[in-house]
Design a protein around this ligand. Structure first.
Ligand SMILES: Nc1ncnc2c1ncn2[C@@H]1O[C@H](COP(=O)(O)OP(=O)(O)O)[C@@H](O)[C@H]1O
Ligand SMILES: [Mg+2]
Length: 260
C-alpha cells in the first residue's frame, strides 16, 4: 500500500519533515486508512471524485474529515472508522434498527450502511434547500461532499466563532429547520452549535447520519431536543428565544406517524 499512500498523500513528505510529526501522521494514517479504506479512497480517485487528500480537518474516535482537492475545487472527505466506535453514541434501539435495515450485524457492513445513510440524508436535505454540504458520492466507509470553507480554509463551527448577528443566524436556523421537517421530512437528531458551521455569516448543517424520518414516533422528542440546544446557545448570545417561540416561528410541522 506504500505506493497508493504516496499517490494519495503526495504532500505528506514535504509537509512533515520533522521526524516526530512524520510518525504522528503515520499513526493517524494507519488508524484511519486500513487496507480496505485505502482501496475505497483510491477507487474514488479513479472515479474522478478528487485527486488527492490534503490533510485532516478533524479527527475523532468515530472517524475523521479530510480536505481533498478536486479539479474544480476542494472536497470534504469523511472517513468512518471500521468498528463499533461509530455507534457508541447511538441509542441501543437505533443500532438495532440499523442492523435490521442493513440485515447484518457485521461492523464493516454497518459502517457502510451508516455512510450510505449520511449520503442519502445529505441528498434529501440538499434537494429540500436546507443549507448543508452537497453530497458527491460514497464508497464503503468514505463519503465525499462539498467542502464548506473559504480559500481552502474550513469553516469554523458555530460554537467557536464570534457571531456578529446572532438574531439573524437564529432566524436563518428557523428556516433550515422548517425545510428539514416539512420539505425533507427529516429530523436531524444531533443539532447543536457543534454540528453547524459558520460559513460567510450563515449557518450550514452537518453531521446528519443519525437523522430520523419526521414520521417516526420519536421525531417530536428529537426535534424538541435539537431546538432546546439552539435555544440554550442563542440565549447566551442575548437572543430572546424559547422552545415555544422557536417552534412557533418554524410554523406548523408535520411530525409523528402518518394518519391513514
Ligand atoms: N463539509 C465539510 N466542510 C468543511 N468542514 C467539515 C465538513 N464536514 C465536517 N467538517 C469538519 O469536521 C468536523 C467533524 O465533522 P462531523 O460531520 O461533525 O463528524 P463527527 O462529529 O461525527 O466527528 C466538523 O466539526 C467540521 O469542523
Ligand atoms: Mg459532529
Amino acid at each position: 500500500m506504500a505506493d497508493v499512500e504516496e499517490t494519495l498523500f503526495p504532500r505528506r513528505k514535504e509537509r512533515f519533515e520533522d521526524r516526530r510529526k512524520e510518525s504522528d501522521q503515520r499513526k493517524l494514517l494507519d488508524e484511519f486508512f486500513d487496507h480496505a479504506t485505502l482501496g475505497a479512497v483510491s477507487r474514488l480517485v479513479t472515479q474522478g471524485q478528487f485527486e488527492q487528500m490534503d490533510y485532516p480537518i478533524s479527527t475523532g474516535k468515530e472517524g475523521g474529515v479530510f480536505r481533498a482537492t478536486a479539479p474544480d475545487g476542494y472536497r470534504a472527505v469523511k472517513v468512518y472508522r471500521i468498528g463499533n466506535a461509530v455507534f457508541k453514541r447511538l441509542p441501543a434501539h437505533a443500532l438495532e434498527a440499523l442492523k435490521r435495515e442493513a440485515s447484518t450485524s457485521n461492523y464493516g457492513r454497518l459502517v457502510t450502511a451508516w455512510t450510505r445513510r449520511e449520503h442519502t440524508v445529505l441528498r434529501r436535505l440538499f434537494d429540500a434547500k436546507v443549507r448543508c454540504p452537497q453530497p458527491y458520492g460514497y464508497l464503503r466507509n468514505v463519503l465525499v461532499m462539498d467542502f464548506i470553507g473559504t480559500d481552502g480554509v474550513a469553516a469554523p463551527r458555530l460554537q467557536t466563532v464570534q457571531i456578529e448577528d446572532p438574531q439573524g443566524v437564529h432566524d436563518d436556523l428557523v428556516v433550515q429547520v422548517r425545510r428539514m421537517v416539512n420539505d425533507a421530512r427529516l429530523v436531524h437528531g444531533d443539532l447543536s452549535e457543534y454540528n453547524v458551521l459558520a460559513h460567510e455569516g450563515r449557518p450550514v448543517l452537518i453531521d446528519v447520519a443519525q437523522a430520523m424520518e419526521a414520521s417516526h414516533p420519536q421525531a417530536r422528542a428529537l426535534l424538541e431536543r435539537d431546538i432546546v440546544n439552539f435555544v440554550r446557545f442563542f440565549r447566551r448570545l442575548g437572543v430572546k428565544t424559547s422552545l415555544e417561540s422557536f417552534l412557533a416561528a418554524v410554523g406548523p410541522v408535520q411530525l409523528g406517524p402518518k394518519v391513514v
